[in-house]
Every structure is written in C-alpha cells, then in structure tokens.
Design a protein around this ligand. Structure first.
Ligand code: FES
Ligand code: FES
Length: 158
C-alpha cells in the first residue's frame, strides 16, 4: 500500500510516497538514483547492500521503507563531506582494498558502523565485524588493514 514516509537521507529530510513494504535497496537505487548501494544476493547474505540506519549497519535488501520512518539513513553517497573523502574511503584507495569494487560500498558502510560503535577496534574485532561482508575478489587481506588505518586516522594517530 502506498503511504508517505519521512526520514533523513544523507543529512537531508526526505519524504516519499511509495509502497512502504518495498525494500529500501530498490527505493534508493531505482526511485532516488543512489546506485552506490549494491544488489548482490537479495537475501541478507553478502553485505553488498549495507547502509547505516541510526548508525547501525543494516542490509537494505531486507529493510522495508516503512521501517526507516523517522530514522537517519546514511548511504555511501553521504559519507564524504565538503568534497573530502571519509577516512575509510581514503584508506580503501590507499591500501588498494578492492579489485572490482562491487563489494566496496557495503564494506565501507559496515566498517563505518564498526568505527562509530568501537572507535579503537582490535584486529580481531575488525575481522569479526567484517567477516559477513563477502568479497568475491578476495580482497579481505587488504580490507582489514584499510579499516585499521582509517581507525587510526580518525583517532588522529596518523
Ligand atoms: S544484497 Fe543485501 S545482503 Fe546481499
Ligand atoms: S572487490 Fe570485487 S567483490 Fe570485493
């Protein structure tokens, strides 16, 4: 059923009249043109569609639009600020933490949620947090140091 929902999307108040049982992934990509959030499995298995809702990582392929009513939604498009890449985006580039890049937005958003709840994660904490985001190119060995480097930069350590 079509209803109006209101939420904050990448810092801007957003009102949409849509079938609120639709999954947010498709509203972001199809209705709003925010194609940085990727479709991988559609079953909450791969993490390609990860975004933040109220600072927590969620899988947008299994998140209904109505469930984000009144909440803060952050996608990869909202991460850079004032034209400056987020430390995670910089670190992924500097550590060559991708090959095809398809998993990268979901990886970065998942890591973003980790660093918001645990600003100084240990390597085991990073491994645990990132292990359910899949990379078909096998870039995990470069993704982990990228997350470590971003955490250090965000602490002012580098
Ligand atoms: S597309 Fe959502 S978890 Fe794979
Ligand atoms: S870089 Fe290709 S899927 Fe991860």
């Amino acid at each position: 059923m079509e209803e109006t929902v209101q939420f904050t999307l990448n810092g801007k108040s957003t009102r949409l009249t849509v079938d609120t049982d639709r999954m947010l992934l498709w509203v972001l990509r199809t209705d709003l043109g925010l194609t940085g959030t990727k479709y991988g499995c559609g079953e909450s298995v791969c993490g390609a569609c990860t975004i933040l809702v109220n600072n927590e990582a969620v899988r947008s392929c299994q998140t209904t639009v109505k469930s984000v009513q009144g909440k803060e939604v952050l996608t990869i498009e909202g991460l850079a600020s004032d034209g400056a890449l987020h430390p995670l985006q910089k670190a992924f580039a500097e550590h060559d933490a991708l090959q095809c890049g398809y998993c990268t937005p979901g990886m970065i958003m998942n890591a973003c949620a980790l660093l918001r709840r645990t600003p100084r994660p240990s390597l085991p904490q990073i491994i645990t947090a990132m292990e359910d985001n899949l990379c078909r190119c096998g870039a995990h060995s470069r993704i982990l140091p990228a997350v470590q480097a971003a955490a250090k930069e965000m602490q002012g350590a580098i």
